[in-house]
Design a protein around this ligand. Structure first.
Ligand code: ZN
Length: 297
């Protein structure tokens, strides 16, 4: 299994009190620098000495293992972040459940799972997206070159970072939940252009890709499998029960009835079941119906 170095993100508390690491004098030229074995020392009380200066930082988690590199980065607001990479290897003991599941990115819900559960984006994410829209609007109405414009820009950067961080936290948690529950997780290959057409917001597309990246990382650590079925497979239009494929299904049709076996399907939940079925048979996971039975909690 691939070894993943543990990285820490620490935040300097006194970034705005005139203290700045020596390399930051040329503000535009240097946005980050990395120290390897020498040039720094961690002191008691969350303090780091670089050269002759001492910086105080806020620590997101305890540092474990031997430190390999220390990187300091400055964001567009001039705030300093400290990244520490150590040789510590995360040991995640995963329990194999024997379960597999298919997932469909829904229009209304974040993910529709073949075990009949829907995973909604948390409310606080919707709220912070609203804040982001408000901040964007304020920024666009301010006069170019004015003080107000610069303030609005800083606010926009801050709100955007908040959204990204909150969402990323949620993605990690969700990735752990899903990989605890399932050994095999099937998705359709992302069609970003199609997603953009459906979602109409760029932020949504990027988020899906980011989530899958995180999920793959977590799955790898737990020896679980994330697998993709061909995105040209008509998962939305195929009947999960009898494999009948209907001609077309409009974007607004949330439900449909199979003309062959009369089963009433929810659009996303049927698709996620088809994805599970196709994925499981592609990987040769044996009796597909038993697999599906196993996850129908
Ligand atoms: Zn059918």
């Amino acid at each position: 299994m691939q070894r993943i170095d543990r990285a820490y993100q620490l935040f300097f508390q006194h970034h705005n009190k005139g203290v700045r690491p020596p390399n930051f004098r040329k503000r535009i030229k240097y946005k980050s620098f990395t120290l390897k074995q020498a040039g720094y020392k961690f002191l008691a009380g969350n303090q780091l000495r670089i050269g002759k200066r001492v910086f105080k930082f806020w620590k997101s988690r305890e540092i474990e293992g031997k430190i390999k590199t220390v990187t300091i980065k400055r964001n567009p607001l001039g705030e300093l972040f400290l990244f520490v990479v150590t040789d510590y290897v995360d040991q995640i003991s995963a329990i194999m459940t024997g379960n597999s599941a298919g997932f469909d990115f829904g229009l209304k819900v974040f993910l529709s799972c073949s075990d009949s559960t829907n995973i909604q984006s948390p409310l606080y994410l919707a709220q912070s997206l609203k804040q982001l829209r408000i901040a964007g609007r304020k920024h666009s109405t301010k006069k170019r070159g004015s003080n107000g414009k610069e303030k609005a820009r800083q606010n926009l950067v801050r709100v955007h970072e908040q959204v990204v961080n909150r969402r990323s936290d949620w993605f990690w948690k969700l990735a752990h939940q899903l990989t605890d529950k399932f050994d095999y997780l099937f998705f359709e290959t992302l069609n970003l252009k199609g997603m953009q057409r459906l979602w109409g917001r760029k932020i949504g597309d990027l988020a899906l890709a980011e989530f899958l990246k995180i999920l793959e990382l977590v799955a790898e650590k737990k020896s679980k499998i994330v697998s993709y079925i061909d995105r040209w497979y008509p998962s939305t239009k195929t009947c999960f029960e009898c494999n009948f494929v209907i001609d077309k299904l409009g974007l607004n049709e949330r439900y449909w009835i199979c003309p062959s076996c009369s089963t009433k399907h929810g659009r996303d939940s049927n698709a996620s079941r088809v994805i599970q079925k196709v994925g499981a048979s592609t990987l040769g996971l044996g009796d597909v119906s038993r697999q599906i039975g196993a996850v129908a909690v």
